[in-house]
Write a protein that binds this ligand. Structure first.
Ligand SMILES: [Zn+2]
Ligand SMILES: [Zn+2]
Length: 376
């Protein structure tokens, strides 16, 4: 155990295993032996495009940020953990002293050191150093595989419970039934939502959403030739409201819309679908700029909000909801790979399905010397 193999993105379309020194830890940090890591759309995006917005890969970077593992070493000031603890790792270390950190919105911290966001290394190595307070001990009824899923689940918890303030018996529409969209539906269900409508253009995704957490599904029609996106979205919203008996106001209205797709037509349709006084959350990252029906937004007094990563309390709530049996993460893990198969894991996630045709929801890479079949 003296070495530290890492899975490194050197430049676009160029990944390799490299030996890295075993990280030193600060007094308030722990060293975690990483055992399970989920692959995220953002990891794949850096591999393919080398950048997301202003974050550009300029030097080799270890990939991965959705991880769980076992504490192997603790700094002298650490009080909350001991060696051997099984933990989910929140992969964003913030400065703790800026205005945003101090007012409880640490996800906005300009100094955040986020795993696998350039220039910072990610977690796909044998070891990862992390502040102790960003490690959450897993209850005995959760596996380390569950622990790795706490990262995307916390994204969903942040948007639905924290930014969206969903309350019991409210209704939700989620655009995009990928992993994060599905987790938003699962959180909505766990919090007692009355209706959870899944919207996607891929039928197999909607079928899965229906068995997993959605109460209803909706497939948008095709765009007509010459139709503008705004006109299409208005038509789409009308059709959706008619088909699902959604009203503009009252108990049959939609309290919360979450866009987990990033698609312009979904954002436009979502603004039309939300009830008067309802809330719209932008969670999906897609086109950087879109056209929105702003007068509709104004007249309906829609609360239009962005949701980015996670903040105080999100990991705790995510772990609690799974531990209490209100959310089951296991059906979402469709593909498992050993550390040596990391390249295959990325290729499979990128393709959206494995060679046998099975669609990918979440692929998980095990740490070095860990069997992919053992959820730990
Ligand atoms: Zn992620
Ligand atoms: Zn800060």
């Amino acid at each position: 155990m003296s070495d530290n193999p890492a899975f490194v993105l050197r430049k676009i379309e160029d990944v390799a295993y490299e030996q890295r020194p075993i990280p030193e830890i600060k007094d308030d940090e722990v060293l975690v032996a990483v055992k399970k890591t989920g692959i995220c759309g953002s990891d794949v995006h850096y591999l393919v495009a080398g950048r997301i917005g202003q974050f550009v890969v300029e030097k080799p970077m270890i990939l991965g940020h959705e991880s769980a593992g076992i504490v192997t070493k603790i700094g002298p000031k650490v009080r909350n953990l001991k060696v051997g603890d099984r933990v989910a790792m929140e992969p964003g270390a913030t400065c703790r002293v800026c205005d945003d950190c101090k007012r409880g919105r640490y996800e906005l911290c300009p100094e955040i050191i986020f795993a696998a966001t350039p220039p910072y290394d990610g977690t796909l190595a044998r070891y990862y150093p992390i502040p102790a307070d960003l490690c959450y001990r897993l209850p005995d009824n959760l596996t380390l595989e569950d622990g790795a899923m706490m990262e995307p689940l916390s994204v969903a918890v942040h948007s639905v419970a924290n930014i969206g303030q969903l309350r019991a018996n409210q209704s939700v529409v989620v655009f995009g039934a990928g992993p994060v969209g599905l987790l938003c539906m699962a959180v909505a269900r766990a919090l007692g939502a009355s209706r959870i409508v899944a919207v996607d253009i891929v039928p197999s995704r909607l079928e899965f959403a229906r068995t997993y957490a959605a109460t209803e599904t909706y497939t948008p029609p095709k765009m007509e030739q010459g139709e503008t996106r705004l006109a299409y979205s208005e038509r789409n919203a009308k059709a959706m409201m008619q088909q699902l008996k959604i009203e503009e106001r009252g108990p049959a209205g939609i309290d919360l819309v979450v866009d987990a797709s990033g698609a312009e037509v979904s954002i436009q349709t979502g603004i039309h679908i939300a009830k008067h006084g309802g809330t719209f959350i932008q969670l999906g990252m897609g086109q950087a700029e879109v056209t929105i029906p702003v007068t509709t937004l104004l007249v309906k007094e829609i609360n239009f909000k962005g949701s980015f990563r996670y903040g105080p309390g999100d990991y705790q709530l995510a772990i609690a909801l799974v531990s209490q049996g209100k959310i089951d993460l296991k059906p979402l893990i469709t593909h498992r790979f050993s550390f040596d198969q990391a390249i295959q894991a990325f290729q499979t996630t990128r393709a959206g399905k494995s060679e046998d045709g099975k669609p990918v929801i979440k692929a998980v890479i095990s740490g070095p010397d860990v069997s992919p079949e053992d959820p730990l």
